[in-house]
Structures are given as C-alpha cells and as structure tokens.
Design a protein around this ligand. Structure first.
Ligand code: ARG
Length: 474
C-alpha cells in the first residue's frame, strides 16, 4: 500500500506497528499549523519549479504539481480542505492531497527536501507577513497620535511622576512621548523583518541534500534576500520568530502603558478624556457606568505577548542541533502573538483617533496643583540663591500653602518675605502655568517651541516610515 492510503504514514517503511492512537494525538500539529498552508504551498511551488529547472523532475511533472498545489490553495481558501489528524501536520496533509489529485508526480515533490527545511521556511514566511501587517498598523497608530498632538499644542495638563502632579506639560508633548515609543517599535519590527530574510529551503533535514539544488533561485522566488549559509542553522534556528516576538513584546508593553494612561484619564477622578462609546461598555447592574474595557484588555494582553516570547525562548534554550520535535511547539506562541497585535494595534489607533479631551479640566488640574513649585525654586536661583537652598524655601512655601489651604498664586509679599528676602514683586509672573511651560525650552522639553519642533520632526519621520513600508511591500 502507498502512503496515499488514509492512515499510512510517509515514514511507515521501517515500522512494524502503527502509532498508538494517543501518540497520534500528541504528535499531530495539524490542529494549529493549518494556518501555515498558504506559505507551505508557496514554498512547494518554488521548490518544484527549481527541481524541474535542474532536471530532477520533468517540466510536465512540475506543471502537474503546480496545478495540483493551486487547486489545493483554492480548496483551502474555500474551506473545502479536509484536515485529518492522521496527516500529522499541514505539510503531510498537502502532499497527501496532492497525491490524491495528481497521482504519481506528487511522490517526487519531496525530493531534495525535508519537512525540517520545509516547516522552517513556511513558518518564516508566515512571520514575515505578520510583521508587514504590524508595520502598516503601527504607522496608522502613529498617525492617530500626531493628529491628536496637533490640537494638543494648545492644551496644558499636569505631567505626573509617581502618579503625583509634577510639572505642567503640553498635551502634545505627552502624546508625542507615545509617538517615540511606537516609532521605536516600528524600528524593532523592521529589524525583526530583516531576520526573516534568510531562506532555510534547500537545507534538507540538516546536512544539505544530494542534489545540485539552486537555493538562490528558491530564495528569490519566495522573496528572501538569500539562502542561509549553514544548513544546520537553517533548520534549527527559530531566532526570526523570537526576534519577532521580542519586538511584539515591547509593542504590547507600550500599548499597555498607553491603555493604562487612558484608563486613568477617563476616570471621574481625572476627567481628562472621554473614550468613545464604541470602545467602552456598560455595567449589567450600574446604569451610570462607562467602562474602558478595550483599554483594560489591551493593558492585559501585553502579558500574554511577553509570555509568548518567553515560551519559545524556553523551548529553544537547551536544544542541541539540529531539528528537534520540541520545535513543533513554536507555532502557537507566534500565532497567539500575531492574533493579539492584529487586533490591539488597530483598536488602539481608533481609540486614540476618537478621544475627546477635556482641556479645561486638564488646565485646572495643572493650575490648582503645586506643579509650579520647581519654578518658584528656579525663580529664587535667578535671584542669586543656590538651588538646594531655593528648593528648601520653595518647599516651606508649599507647606505654608497647605497649612493655610491656599494656592501658590495667592501668596503676597507679606507671606513670602519671611521665607526669603529674595522674593520680589515679580513673584506673580512665575505663578503662571503657560509661562512655566514656555520656560521649559531645553532640547526635548515641553515649551511650545520645542514641542512644535518635535511635532514637525515626527511628521517627517512618519513620512520616512511610509516610504520604507512602500518599498518593503513593493
Ligand atoms: N510538524 C513539524 C514541525 O512543526 C514538521 C517537521 C517535522 N519533522 C520531522 N522530522 N519530524 O516542526
């Protein structure tokens, strides 16, 4: 009986007993690696074409194989393809179906190839596609941040440290901090993309193959930059997937931080922003509730994205060369990570685009606080005091305000002079949050001049990313 038989394994030749039904369950990856089908088919077409070009199979055989693989592609797209646990994995399932469709030539497809280089190739192509999509999505998110940052040039809020009001900042400055994080994510994803540029196909099981395969041709057809230099590394490396999940973890963490910020800001306590109804939900018992569920879920999913990277890292650590079946467990981590990011990045972009900021509430929060205490200290430095002394005096002034339940702006010469003779009539000019923001004119600071510069630069950088992305896709 040939391996086309329903339950026959391609590798059954040296076995006397069939696999235990429980082992079959354990061994099968078809339940999840069916997602690699389009990439497996792509790899097979390129491999078969090359085999015919070097004369290992005839051109007619290649055409039969190509026709069969195209038909399978259509069956999978339509949902007509039967995935069977006895097929073990997607690679076997496709080959068996091919045999059913075209007969004898199918048995030649696996010449000069192993499932080890086959799976590494399909998986790498899958990761590359996901990264391409994430890059596009991150650009949209960056655009949303810039669109909100523009009107945010005219909005002041308290910046926080330790979640305590610290110093007034421009809303644009705050949002552009997230632009920086996601711009770095773009860069890291691009670097991970580079890791997917090396083709494992043609490495065989581990040692190379007994045929004069043209690995350059196969690599080029599949859109890789080059074949791998070392066949043992080619079949046993999952660095491209770990690089991807590393970039993904950082992106997930940044999304989580932004989500957390929005959760705080949309609370009644802050009241800085309203998240669109379309990304919030209500309570089954409390009619007044508007909960930031989308942000909470994005905040939480960062944990899974980071855990996925750790999961694959742990599988790979300690594995000797070359391929080990442990590596079949690589896929779910990556699938889970990409599923999460394919959803959370566009959701966050849309949340940001539809945020409704309450600028007067932000302004008041900055104005009513002691966020100008540092400016008072710097004012005294301007009068000749050493900063440490000035800091102490400004601290005493804050203490006095707290004790008397007064604001810094209500302090008169009579209140101030006992603390330091340096206080003058120009004190009131210091107690002004617009002026405070303007004074932060150091490079990268929150002054309108600096932030306008950041914004202009961010626009340019976004354009560069768009150009790079178009090149990548083209
Ligand atoms: N399903 C396997 C995987 O995902 C394919 C490679 C199997 N290779 C082997 N020699 N058993 O890793």
């Amino acid at each position: 009986m040939t391996a086309e038989g329903k339950n026959e394994k391609f590798w059954s030749g040296r076995f006397v007993q069939p696999p235990h039904q429980l082992f079959e369950q354990l061994n099968a990856s078809i339940g999840f690696d069916w997602r690699l089908a389009p990439y497996d088919l792509q790899g097979s077409v390129a491999h078969a074409r090359m085999l015919s070009d070097i004369g290992v199979i005839t051109n007619e055989e290649f055409e039969e194989i190509d026709r069969g693989l195209t038909e399978i592609m259509g069956e999978i797209a339509k949902g007509d393809f039967a995935f069977n646990i006895s097929d073990e994995d997607i690679h076997t399932a496709v080959e068996k179906r091919l045999a059913g469709l075209i007969g004898a030539p199918a048995a030649k497809l696996h010449t000069a190839r192993s499932r080890n280089d086959q799976v590494a190739t399909a998986f790498c192509l899958y990761v590359r596609d996901q990264i391409g999509q994430h890059l596009t999505d991150v650009v949209v998110l960056l655009e949303s941040l810039l669109k909100q940052a523009e009107p945010g040039m005219a909005v002041i809020l308290p910046g926080y440290t330790h979640l305590q009001r610290a110093q007034p900042v421009l809303l644009a400055h705050h949002l552009l901090a997230y632009f920086e994080m996601f711009a770095r994510d773009y860069l890291r994803l691009s670097q991970a993309f580079t890791s997917t540029q090396v083709s494992p196909l043609g490495a065989g099981a581990l040692a190379g193959v007994n045929y004069p395969v043209n690995r350059d041709q196969v690599a080029a057809e599949l859109g890789f930059q080059r074949p791998g230099f070392n066949s043992m590394d080619d079949v046993s490396s999952r660095d491209f997937a770990i690089d991807y999940m590393g970039a993904a973890s950082m992106l997930g963490m940044h999304l989580s931080r932004l989500a957390a910020e929005l959760i705080n800001w949309s609370s009644e306590e802050f009241g800085f922003v309203e998240i669109s109804d379309t990304f919030t939900s209500g309570s089954s018992i409390m009619p007044q509730k508007k909960n930031p569920d989308a942000c909470e879920l994005i905040r939480a999913k960062a944990a899974r994205v980071a855990a996925n990277q750790q999961g694959l890292m742990s599988i790979m650590s300690g594995l000797p060369l070359a391929y080990n079946k442990d590596m079949q467990e690589d896929k779910n981590y990556v699938f889970d990570t990409s599923d999460i990011l394919l959803l959370t990045v566009p959701v966050m972009a849309e949340i940001v685009a539809t945020l409704d900021f309450n600028s007067s509430r932000m302004w008041r929060a900055a104005d009513e606080s002691f966020a100008l205490a540092t400016d008072v200290a710097d004012y005294l430095v301007g009068k000749g005091m050493a900063f440490r002394d000035a800091h102490r005096v400004a601290g005493q002034l804050v203490r006095k305000c707290i004790d008397q339940k007064r604001a810094l702006s209500s302090m008169t010469a009579d209140d101030l002079k006992p603390l330091a003779a340096e206080f003058g009539d120009d004190y009131q000019e210091v107690i002004n949050i617009e002026a405070s923001v303007e004074r932060k004119n150091s490079y990268g600071g929150t002054s309108p001049v600096q932030v306008a510069g950041q914004l202009a630069k961010a626009r340019e950088r976004l354009e560069d990313m768009r150009t790079a992305l178009a090149e990548l896709e083209g």
